[in-house]
Design a protein around this ligand. Structure first.
Ligand code: DX5
Ligand code: ZN
Length: 219
């Protein structure tokens, strides 16, 4: 199955709660929560208090993308704030295996994100332990950047590797995904699409419907 994970980074924070409810009613299955610390990535976004405020508004899966250094410090806090799935960056974890184990020990799903320049070989000894891999199709830090075409080959290769494990490991793609390239990204092997500006620019309801239609057709 394919899933849409709208990135709240592109939401209008003055009416965040209402927009989360629109996403839910429109059928987006996940909520993508981009946490940035101003160190691992240049920008600062938001964290636990914002998550806690919106948690009662939807039962959809909270897909928390941690773009922060040494993320292990905060796993428990993010669980308490309502995270269902936590993604850490391979580039931000000195002991990646320990980080994934710590997320699983909390009863949450665990994923690893790879920056565009990070090789899939980083996952050689950990792939089978993951619930999902997040392929960054832009350099993380900001919404609204252009999709890097080299990501498509990376997704295809990852899909082949996952097939060889015989396990169900999701592939999420994040950065510059829009209604024009969504099909290509799905065809390459992705099954979780993150989209910020693609969902929040213009009519949210309509954008979600259009994404979901493309995703259903690709199944
Ligand atoms: C980038 C974030 C993305 C971003 C996606 O650092 O991880 O989730 O908000 O936004 P768009 O879809 O606008 O590229
Ligand atoms: Zn993200």
């Amino acid at each position: 199955m394919n899933y849409l994970s709208p990135s709240l980074l592109s939401a209008d924070f003055a009416t965040l709660g209402e927009q989360v409810q629109v996403l839910d009613k429109a059928g987006a299955q996940f909520v993508h929560i981009d946490v940035m610390d101003g160190m691992f990535v240049p920008s600062i976004s938001f964290g636990m208090p914002v998550m806690k405020s919106i948690r009662p508004l939807t039962k959809r899966l909270f897909d928390v993308h941690l773009m922060i250094g040494n993320p292990d410090r905060y796993f428990t806090d993010f669980k308490e704030a309502g995270a269902d799935l936590i993604t850490v960056h391979a580039e931000a974890c000195t002991h990646l295996n320990r980080s994934i184990q710590a997320i699983h020990d909390l009863g949450l799903k665990a994923a690893v994100a790879l920056n565009p320049a990070t090789s899939l070989h980083t996952l050689d000894y950990i792939l089978e332990d993951l619930d999902m891999v997040l392929i960054m199709s832009v350099n993380p830090g900001f919404g609204g950047q252009a999709f890097l075409p080299s990501s498509l080959d990376k997704i295809r290769e990852l899909k082949e590797r996952i097939n060889r494990t015989g396990k169900e490991i999701a592939i999420e793609v994040d950065g510059g995904v829009n209604l024009l390239n969504a099909k290509e990204v799905l065809d390459a092997g992705a099954n979780v699409l993150v989209s910020g500006t693609g969902v929040f620019k213009g009519d949210i309801w309509e954008n979600v419907q259009n994404f979901l239609q493309i995703m259903r057709e690709a199944e």
